[in-house]
Design a protein around this ligand. Sequence first.
Ligand code: GYE
Length: 329
Amino acid sequence: MRRAGLVALVACSLAVTAGCGDKAEEKTDTGGQGGGTEQVSLGFSQVGSESSWRVANTKSVQDSAVSAGIALDFQDGKQQQENQITAIRGFVQKKVDVIAFSPIVESGWDAVLQEAKDAKIPVILTDRAIDTTDTSLYRTLLGSDFVAEGRKAGQWLVDRYRGRQDDIKIVQIEGTTGSAPANHRRVGFTEAIESYPHLKVIDSKDGEFTREGGERVMKTFLAKHKDIDVVYAHNDEEGLGAIDALEAAGKKPGEDVLIITVDASRGGLEALAAGKLNFVVECNPLLGPQLMDLVKKAAAGETLPTRVVTDETVFDQAKAKEVLPTRQY
Ligand code: GYE
């Protein structure tokens, strides 16, 4: 039985409450940190735990649910879309008040989201977008602008090699194939460099957003291509994996080969401060507090903005050293 329902049942048996059993009366007053509002139940399906970004995101969602007084049903998708679909179906059966999820890939969600819509449960996308023609299947998308992140990475490269005429050979380690951040970070980067024909992407491969994936892909690039100048990795873990592969091949990451990554997690910023990465674009995982606000509004039947974009910056070595002592993740 879902938690809100269980709490309501206990409340009903303890007090004579007019209307117990009503859909609206099923919820109960949480008091305390919930600020006296009725307890809302949230089903949340996470991608997995592939990166420190993801771990920080999970913690942010869980901590914020506690402080917002929201009953969270957290399900780990373990990198599989089928697991996420099963979780969402489960949320519909449990009749949670709101469903939120971070879709591992962009396509293939229409059928299950239609089930949520039929059950009148509002859906909030967090972190990653979906590809659908029916935007009524979700209420809002909270998260970063991945195209902008890709552009920032590309722009840094344009500035770094301004005035150079010789070919600069770039390899790209992409995030999970079919995911919004991989698709959009590739598009933004390509857009930023496309008017500079000497900036050449000579190879691009999926590193699954993991350190092992980044290392494996970088090894194949090193075996295949001579004189790689730049690595553009779609997240810090893949960049750290590329560092491992370069060092194993006797090369100096950050000097012999420049590396750009996205996320700005502690591990990424440490490698940047140590001069092994050269530029890191920030992607903020601490979406929990904003998500809980949206959840409460959705549960109250309020209209949500269709898109909520998070504020983000970029880091060079000096800035990494400056923020590291207080970095939360
Ligand atoms: O950049 C990466 C994670 O979807 C923004 O997923 C997120 C990405 C993040 O695995 O580290």
